[in-house]
Write a protein of this length. Structure first.
Length: 149
């Protein structure tokens, strides 16, 4: 669960898949300008319908018609089927030997998780917790803080 001092997720540049379905955003929440993390299974090029809404901020959104949760910036979108999601979690790591950071995760029913974003600003996602719950309908939990040793 550690980002290993990689807040910008500098993974190799894999070509992003193109999502071929139609997107209809029913609810959306701007979460500032944070970077969308890479996920082999869930990363796509940001669909045109989403680009019209994203602008300079990162957008967390729900598409009820296609049963998707999306997390998007100008370049990348994470698309996760709603029926796979068990909850959303925020965890803050205090500065130790490693950097301080705030992590936003989706927990899946199959005991795995998808990292949506990692911010170098501690407590960054805390301010959005209530609005994330209102937008997605999923419970947002907070993991205990710890020092990044």
């Amino acid at each position: 669960m550690f980002s290993k001092d990689d807040p910008e997720n500098k993974s190799p540049d894999f070509p992003l898949k193109k999502y071929h379905g139609r997107i209809e955003i029913n609810k959306a929440l701007e979460v500032g300008n944070c970077r969308v993390h890479y996920s082999l299974d869930y990363a796509f090029q940001t669909p045109v319908e989403v680009l019209n809404r994203v602008k300079d901020n990162t957008l967390l959104w729900i598409d009820n018609q296609n049963s998707l949760l999306g997390f998007s910036d100008q370049k990348k979108t994470l698309l996760v089927p709603l029926n796979k999601i068990n909850g959303i979690e925020i965890q803050n790591m205090l500065k130790g030997k490693g950097p301080a950071e705030s992590c936003l995760w989706i927990y899946l029913y199959k005991k795995s998780f998808v990292t949506l974003s990692i911010s170098p600003e501690i407590y960054y996602f805390d301010q959005y917790a209530d609005d994330i719950h209102k937008t997605t309908g999923f419970t947002v939990t907070f993991s205990p803080e710890f020092y990044n040793a």
